[in-house]
Structure formats: C-alpha cells, structure tokens
Design a protein around this ligand. Structure first.
Ligand SMILES: [Zn+2]
Length: 76
C-alpha cells in the first residue's frame, strides 16, 4: 500500500482509534503518524505513537487514550 497523505490519515482517524481499520490500513496509518509531526499534533499528546510503533510493530491504545482521542475528534 502506498503512503497515506495527511488528509487521508485525518479521514481515517476515527476508525483507527475504534480499531475498525484493516491491518494493512492501520499499519499505514501508524507509519504515517510515526513520521509526521503535523498529524501527531492532531492526535494530541500521543507523542509516543512512533516509539510504540517501532517497539511493537503496532499500537495498542489504552481505553483512556481512545476516549481522549474521541473527545478531541468530536470537538473538531
Ligand atoms: Zn501527516
């Protein structure tokens, strides 16, 4: 799969944090977050996304982080 653009990632965020993306798309989304400062700002204080992704190959968000992201998205 090709690299995601910032707009594409933005559109995928709700599904990403709901865990509803296919593994391929989820992986591409996390790879984008790991390398894109702009999108990491969008997702708030999850600065460790890139680090976690490199350490574990995938990201497992704690429930409180999911709730926080959802709140940010709903404000948006
Ligand atoms: Zn981006």
């Amino acid at each position: 799969m090709t690299e995601l653009t910032c707009d594409e990632l933005d559109a995928l965020l709700p599904e990403l944090f709901d865990g509803r993306l296919s593994p391929e798309v989820e992986s591409a989304s996390l790879r984008h977050l790991a390398t894109c400062d702009q999108c990491r700002i969008v997702v708030g204080d999850l600065e460790r996304v890139g680090e976690m992704y490199r350490e574990h190959g995938r990201l497992t968000l704690p429930d409180d982080a999911r709730a926080r992201i959802r709140a940010i998205l709903e404000q948006g």
